[in-house]
Write a protein that binds this ligand. Structure first.
Ligand code: AKB
Length: 313
């Protein structure tokens, strides 16, 4: 049977690269991109695109029926920093879009769902180093509360209605094709742009704020490996811990200085420092390794080389 895939939030940081990768793998016409606004030329010109508000069940259902969609990747979300400014809008977008997609799966209108969770599900009382898969959570941010609630609902829909929903707790993601927007880990992308354009960067986190991070190629590969894994291997139906590297802004600056020796960084922490301080420093992803053989490929220096090389050209 032919498989048609819908990406919701296709113009965002993860959505763009996910759409392009899925189109390469399954064929351009098999992967329908959608968002509330148009995206980059590469994305728009490579296959079908629909303007879609995922909080509206009826229009979502229409698109799913029209293209005979069987898999949905729900990447639309309001991230941590923006969500602190607009709590109700964040809750509405992050939760209602998830319910709409889970309900489509419950009604057997689609077969499989990917929904991204985040390290933001953890909170100040969580062990900070090698944070385990199962531990105290108690998130203290609007975004974290929505992601933890989402995880509970995913597991509930799997157990009660046998919905095949799969999820990852993404760390901060570093990419060069599309800018992130409204996250606390965004500094780790901005820094490369500023290093190349101005030779200096003013960081909104303190120099020793260590956070879990991942290069986008690893994140996309993890997503596809999870979605393509045999269903019997998927033991976690809330969301899997996922890790690649952990570093702080000072280490990142040193990695950039290996290529741009004059690069300087200064620190001007703002409200995002509190958010970062509530999150883990490093993640134990041994369940993902054991269940579906997860292994990252990019460390900080390889990420820096790849980012600088691509942003330069
Ligand atoms: C954010 O900073 O809000 C996101 C995340 C860690 O989920 N990048």
């Amino acid at each position: 049977m032919e498989k048609y895939i819908l990406i919701i939030g296709a113009c965002g940081q993860i959505g763009t690269e996910l759409t392009l990768t899925l189109r390469e793998r399954y064929g351009n016409d098999k992967v329908i991109a959608s968002d509330i606004r148009e995206g980059s030329d590469t994305l728009m010109n490579s296959g079908p695109f629909e303007i879609l508000d995922a909080t509206n069940y009826d229009t979502l259902e229409e698109v799913v029926a029209y293209y005979d969609i069987s898999e949905v990747y729900l990447m639309a979300a309001m991230l941590s920093a923006t969500a602190e400014k607009f709590p109700m809008r964040a809750w509405n977008l992050n939760m209602n879009s998830l319910f709409n997609v889970l309900n489509l799966a419950k009604e057997k209108k689609i077969n499989k769902v990917f929904w991204p969770s985040s390290i933001a599900v953890f909170g100040p009382n969580t062990p900070k180093d090698h944070t385990p898969q199962h531990t105290i959570m108690e998130p203290s941010t609007v975004y974290g509360i929505s992601k933890q609630s989402g995880e509970r609902w995913c597991e509930y829909y799997f157990k009660k209605f046998n919905v095949d929903v799969r999820s990852l707790r993404y760390p901060g993601l570093i990419s060069w094709k599309t800018m992130p927007g409204g996250g606390t880990t965004d500094y780790a992308v901005e820094i490369y742009h500023k290093a190349l354009s101005q030779g200096r960067y003013s960081c909104f986190l303190k120099k020793d704020t260590m956070l879990p991070m991942m290069f986008m190629d690893d994140a996309i590969r993890a997503t596809l490996e999870l979605m393509e894994a045999d269903t019997k291997k998927i033991k976690v139906r809330s969301a899997y811990n996922l890790a690649a590297m952990s570093f702080d802004p000072a280490e990142m600056a040193r990695s950039i200085q290996k290529h741009i020796p004059d690069f300087t960084i200064e620190y001007a922490p703002d409200f995002r420092q509190d958010i970062a301080d509530s999150w883990p420093k490093s993640i134990d992803d041994s369940d993902a390794q054991k269940d579906w053989d997860w292994h990252p490929e990019f460390d900080l220096d390889r990420t820096t080389e790849t980012m600088l090389e691509n942003l330069k050209s």
